[in-house]
Ligand binder design. Structure first.
Ligand SMILES: C[S@@+](CC[C@H](N)C(=O)[O-])C[C@H]1O[C@@H](n2cnc3c(N)ncnc32)[C@H](O)[C@@H]1O
Length: 213
């Protein structure tokens, strides 16, 4: 996956996930005790920014495919002098599947992802049962998967994947500290009186069944 783009002065502050198959721990070596928050599909980054400001001791990684949105976020990061937010341009499932080491993330947020409402496009949705396995892999023990949407069908699809998976336990309190933070899209939907749903689950250890007997 190679992206071409005109250079902009913000680009030096955006890590380009360009298919070199480098693992993130080659770039960042946070001490094991550092809390890592990951905002997949961060858009213009209201959520990432608020999270980074609320918890300045954490590292917030913000991933999006759209360079224009990330450039805006760089400007905001610099304007607000936020040192603990790191912007990455690339495809979220590539980033998680290829670049993230096992047990490296404390909370993984997928907030108002593109809903792909038409039946024939549902395969483009970010959250699938395969991707859930990767989310589980990259979360630390007790790590949290946070998902939010205004789309009823996406909500039902995700709950029907995570619920029976047996590898997560629903835990609303895992995001209760974030109830005051709204994403850019969330603000928009709330202004239009659309219902939004936030869900959070805690990673459970995988139990391997002995199938030999
Ligand atoms: C509907 S917006 C939501 C943005 C933000 N989370 C919010 O709630 O305001 C979805 C965002 O996900 C990004 N996106 C869509 N598919 C993606 C993918 N596969 N990998 C990374 N980003 C993606 C889009 O560029 C867009 O910025």
């Amino acid at each position: 996956m190679v992206y071409t783009m005109k250079n902009s002065k913000e680009d030096s502050q955006i890590f380009n996930l360009n298919g070199e198959y480098a693992r993130l721990d080659k770039f960042f070596e946070p001490p094991a005790s550092t809390i890592i928050e990951l905002d997949l599909g961060c858009g213009k980054g209201a959520f990432s920014t608020a999270l980074a400001r609320k918890y300045p001791e954490t590292m917030v990684f913000s991933v999006d495919v759209m360079i224009g949105r990330l450039r805006k976020l760089v400007k905001r990061k610099n304007r607000e002098n936020i040192a603990n937010m790191f912007l990455l341009r690339g495809e979220a499932s590539f980033f998680v599947t290829i670049m993230l080491p096992d047990s490296s993330v404390d909370r993984l947020h997928i907030l108002f992802p593109d809903p792909w409402p038409k039946n024939k496009h549902r395969g483009n949705r970010l959250v699938s049962s395969e991707f859930l396995g990767q989310i589980h892999r990259v979360l630390k023990d007790g790590g949290v998967f946070h998902f939010a949407t205004d789309d009823d069908s996406y909500y039902k699809s995700v709950t029907s994947i995570v619920g029976p998976s047996g590898i997560f336990r629903e835990e609303p309190s895992a995001i209760s500290d974030l109830s005051d933070i709204k994403t850019d899209f969330e603000r928009r939907w709330l202004e239009e009186d659309r219902a939004v749903n936030h869900m959070s689950w805690v990673k459970l250890p995988k139990v391997f069944r002995d199938t030999a007997h």
